[in-house]
Design a protein around this ligand. Structure first.
Ligand SMILES: O=C(O)CCC(=O)C(=O)O
Ligand SMILES: [Fe+2]
Length: 175
């Protein structure tokens, strides 16, 4: 537990999404998986967050005013647009949801996000207890900061644009 606390950074972010200019449902944040460990989201009572189901359908999230949404990030459970469940810490047991924000209606949306992220200098690896003959290791141990450097490099961004998420992650730490 101490190691987890010592090795974690937190970022609190307030996001504002302006009301759309037309009556149509308008993309406000492109579909993605969070690259961090875990995200807690809270919003004013304007919906907009959508999560993709396993069969590719976008589901509108309608949290009650006194609840948070918890998203598992790629670092905890690396996933892909196809939900193929490539995982690191959990080695394949929990998916990181693919999500986006769509705006509709005539109110601005505010959301508060607490992003938990591993500090650089710590190795993210699957615990030995989760690996056996039926559950072989899926990801090489890696440093999150190095992963981000790789992710935001020009070459990777170009690959993400043309080939999607799988290539980026496979290239980085797939076994
Ligand atoms: O505003 C939201 O509800 C989602 C924000 C989000 O997905 C992000 O910032 O990564
Ligand atoms: Fe996100």
């Amino acid at each position: 537990m101490d190691e987890f606390i010592d090795s974690t950074n937190y970022q609190l972010r307030i996001m504002k999404y302006e009301k759309p200019k037309t009556n149509d449902s308008t993309p406000a944040l492109a579909a993605h998986c969070d690259t961090n460990t875990m995200t807690l989201l809270y919003q004013n009572e304007v919906n907009g967050l959508q999560i993709q189901s396993i069969d590719g359908e976008w589901i509108n999230m309608k949290p009650s005013p006194n609840s948070f949404i918890v998203l598992i990030g790629e670092s905890l459970s690396i996933s892909s647009t196809y939900f193929l469940h490539h995982k690191v810490w959990l080695n394949g047991r929990l998916p990181s949801p693919f999500h986006r924000v769509m705006m509709k209606g005539n109110e601005d949306r505010y959301s508060l996000g607490l992003f938990t992220r591993p500090k650089g200098g710590y190795v993210i690896k699957v615990p030995n207890e989760l690996v056996d003959d039926n559950n072989p290791i899926l990801f090489k141990p890696h440093d999150h900061e190095e992963f981000l450097k790789f992710f935001y490099s020009e070459n990777t961004q170009a690959a993400v644009q043309s080939e999607g998420y799988i290539t980026r992650l496979k290239a980085y730490c797939n076994v």
